[in-house]
Ligand binder design. Structure first.
Ligand code: GLY
Ligand code: MN
Ligand code: MN
Length: 472
């Protein structure tokens, strides 16, 4: 494929067009220009129905409006990002924009949601680049936004009808020096991030869906293990099998899949995924499908490639599970978020001390100022909020996040691990090269925590039975 220049560009401004287009442009002959705008059927007038997420997004906008009376607020969707030359990354809209509009996968790059103050309230308008009329050259010649190139694009009335928001063309948006803009103004950025700390009913349903697709992706990986083991880059196949499921049943992955086999499991964000998957090793798979609404799961399972754990692998695995269970047991409404991490770390300290890996006692290791020796084997946190972003609510204040309290509606991970690097001479040889993480997605309710990913086997016995069942 090659982009076509407009007739004006072809005749007048060859040297101004990007080099990537100039070198391969073809002029449009008169016959094409005379006929291309004609012969198209009328588009249906019928407007789409209001989407189920619209009332939830409206309530969020009302909260934002009430918090910033008299201020003009701008929430940008964000631009396309260049990958290389004239190719861009797939567009992923800003999460605050998706949250406040309910417009997710289909969002248009460079759109803005504007809160225009009116008295103590706001008029809210979604500005975006509406599709071009078929009489324009944009329709047939613009490879970035032309419908001939990228398929049907939205019109103002259709989006207004689906989202329940007034819409206007992006050309009518004029920024002012007094605007508060998300990612530019700290207070607004923080507010819209903290607004996502508790999820509404629609969001919880989307999180359940994301977990379900992710669970199916893990099943697919186990079924494909015989093929994966045969391939010199088996980790890539793991990534690819999960990607196929995520793309088929959702929008994308919420983050790059970690397919970390053998000693790679000890690299916490191993996304290179270019290693072999060898029988006898463990493989740590950290993956999450992002569904069409852009909510993502974030789940880790660590599997014995051959189907059964060795005694040392099982010991480490079951200790990580013990830490996860201890974290789950303390998670209750009103409890501090940090208490979840502390409960997991208490188990990690106790067990690593018992195994003789620490130069101090477990109690000394847990001392806030002088301890921490056990953290060599688990340097990361145990929990983070989860939702539209894998690390959701990242701009929330510490007192609302790590030092805040758990409330019904919060969705967060519990993900302890133990990682013994291949060259860590502080541990006996049999531990080296083993990395385990178990990560579940938790919904807090009035009655206590619900493990949304509980149906994905967790205990060492369950994992072995799961693998035996799916591999036949
Ligand atoms: N997948 C990244 C994380 O677990 O936080
Ligand atoms: Mn996580
Ligand atoms: Mn994860």
């Amino acid at each position: 494929m090659s982009e076509q220049a407009t007739s004006e560009q072809t005749t007048a401004s060859t040297e101004q067009a990007p080099q990537s287009i100039v070198n391969r442009r073809q002029p449009y002959p008169e016959g094409f220009l005379a006929t291309i705008s004609q012969g198209w059927a009328e588009r249906p007038e019928q407007l789409p129905p209001l989407r189920e997420q619209a009332p939830f997004a409206a309530a969020r906008r009302a909260a934002v409006s009430a918090a910033f009376p008299g201020k003009r607020l701008v929430i940008p969707a964000g631009p396309l990002k260049q990958r290389s030359n004239d190719t861009d990354y797939p567009f992923r809209v800003h999460s605050a924009f998706a949250h406040l509009t309910g417009w997710a996968t289909e969002s248009e790059p460079d759109s803005v949601l504007v809160f225009e103050p009116r008295g103590d309230a706001h008029d809210v308008t979604l500005h975006f680049r509406e599709r071009a009329d078929r009489t324009t050259s944009e329709f047939y010649s613009d490879a970035t936004v032309g419908e001939f190139w990228i398929g049907p694009r939205p019109a103002l009335p259709g989006v207004a009808g689906e989202l329940g928001i007034a819409t206007a063309h992006i050309d009518s948006f004029v920024s002012t020096d007094d605007d508060l803009v998300v990612d530019e103004d700290d207070e607004l950025t923080r507010f819209v991030s903290e607004l996502r700390l508790t999820k509404d009913e629609y969001e919880v349903a989307q999180m359940r869906l994301a977990v379900k697709v992710t669970s199916d992706g893990f099943d697919d990986i186990i079924r494909e293990l015989p093929r994966i083991i045969e391939h010199p880059r088996g980790e890539r196949l793991v990534e690819g099998v999960f990607h196929q499921r995520a793309r088929s049943d959702g929008n994308w992955e919420g983050y790059d899949t970690i397919a970390a086999s053998g000693p790679h499991a000890c690299f916490l964000h191993w996304t290179r995924n270019d290693g072999a998957v060898l029988p006898g090793d463990l493989i740590l798979i950290d993956a999450g499908a992002e569904v069409d609404s852009l909510y993502t799961a974030d789940i880790t399972r660590t599997l014995p490639v051959s189907g059964t754990f060795t005694p040392i692998q099982r010991r480490i695995y079951e200790t990580v599970r013990e830490a996860a269970d201890a974290a789950f047991a303390v998670a209750k409404p009103g409890v501090r978020f940090r208490a979840v991490h502390e409960a997991a770390m208490e188990v990690i300290a106790r067990r690593t001390a018992e195994w003789g890996l620490l130069p101090v006692t477990a109690q000394e290791a847990l001392d806030a100022d002088r301890g921490g020796q056990h953290r060599r084997y688990m340097v990361h946190g145990t929990s983070h909020h989860l939702g539209l972003d894998v690390h959701d609510c990242a701009q929330a204040r510490r007192e609302m996040y790590y030092d805040g309290t758990l409330e019904p509606g919060m969705v967060f991970t519990i993900e302890p691990g133990l990682y013994f690097q291949i060259d860590d001479v502080t541990v006996p040889e049999e531990y080296r090269g083993i990395g385990v993480r178990i990560e579940d997605d938790i919904l807090m309710t009035e009655e206590g925590p619900v493990n949304l990913s509980a149906d994905i086997p967790r205990t060492a016995d369950e994992v072995e039975a799961w693998m035996a069942r799916l591999r036949g």
